[in-house]
Design a protein around this ligand. Structure first.
Ligand SMILES: [Zn+2]
Length: 316
């Protein structure tokens, strides 16, 4: 752990809370807590900004409680990093007077993609949760276990809210929030993890909230975006001056994790291409085919990424 970062004593079943600078706090999801993603908050002096509201309203309540405990402020703004449900479900627990900011593209995607997914999942039979929990007791295959855990996280998260609240302030390229103590920059990218990813950057503090532009030491989910474009965005992010980043998933990170992620994206694209070219089955690709430092990663999205890339690269 970087020595200027302090782990705080905040009690939550969902996350560990870290103080990253005099203004920024990172909430790092505890494994299998149901929170679904990381989050954070920034005290800019006169205003309090929350970043992402996670997959579960109870985790969002804890985030609100933490932000009050450490800043004595009620939130004024929420910034949403992208449209995936594991970053927006908690929106609805916040008072309507709190402005929710994101990029134009992310709002458009929330109105279509997230809404569709939300409505579909909202209709599920509550029995399904019991069924999945039962199957988890007997399932032995690691990939299937990850799959069931993921389904459970989403169903419970959706169950924890009544509606999906949409952001109400958007920007096209970027936006700056000026506080008396700190200035916070928001910027968006169109071709990366999703169309419309938003970063939250505090130049004075050298802190970057990367949303899902970074999965720290685990397979980034490539299938909602543009893997080649993502490489360029990561290169650009690495030119920013920051010493710590809160990734969308995984532990606090530095530029090293961005370059590892780029390495993974390049390698998985090349592996799938090679298999397609030689007429082989890309599903035969194994962790051991990657560079050593990527072999220990564990995530459900490994198989998903291979299927996504196979379709994408067979077309072109
Ligand atoms: Zn995402």
């Amino acid at each position: 752990m970087m020595d200027y970062i302090r782990k705080l004593d905040f009690e939550s079943e969902f996350f560990d809370l870290y103080k990253l600078s005099d203004s920024a706090y990172g909430a790092i999801e505890k494994e299998n807590s149901g929170m679904g993603s990381n989050a954070g908050f920034i005290d800019i002096g006169d205003y309090l900004i929350i970043i992402d509201t996670t997959l579960n309203s109870k985790a969002a309540e804890d985030l609100k409680r933490a932000s009050y405990e450490y800043t004595q402020k009620e939130p004024n703004f929420i910034v949403i990093t992208h449209y995936h449900l594991d970053h927006v479900i908690g929106n609805s627990i916040f008072d309507k007077s709190i402005q929710i900011i994101t990029s134009d593209r992310t709002l458009a995607n929330i109105k279509t993609e997230s809404k569709k997914m939300f409505d579909k999942l909202k209709d599920f039979d509550p029995e399904k949760i019991t069924e999945l929990e039962e199957s988890l007791k007997t399932e032995k295959e690691e990939e299937k276990i990850l799959d069931i855990q993921n389904d459970l996280r989403f169903l419970k998260g959706i169950q924890s809210v009544k509606f999906l609240r949409e952001p109400n302030i958007t920007f096209k390229e970027g936006c700056i929030i000026h506080g008396i103590d700190k200035t916070v920059q928001l910027r968006t990218f169109s071709k990366a993890h999703t169309d419309g990813d938003v970063i939250v950057y505090i130049p004075d503090d050298k802190v970057l909230f990367a949303g899902d532009l970074l999965f720290s030491n685990s397979d980034p989910w490539l299938g909602s975006g543009d893997p080649e474009g993502w490489l360029l965005v990561n290169d650009e992010l690495m030119t920013l001056d920051f010493r710590v980043t809160v990734p969308g998933h995984g532990n606090l990170a530095t530029k090293r994790e961005f370059s590892l992620q780029n390495k993974y994206i390049r390698e998985i694209i090349n592996l799938v291409k090679t298999h397609i070219k030689s007429g082989g089955d890309p599903n035969q690709i194994k962790r051991n085919d990657f560079s050593k430092e990527l072999q220990s990663w564990k995530s459900i999205t490994f198989g998903w990424n291979i299927n996504f890339l196979t379709k994408l690269l067979t077309k072109s």
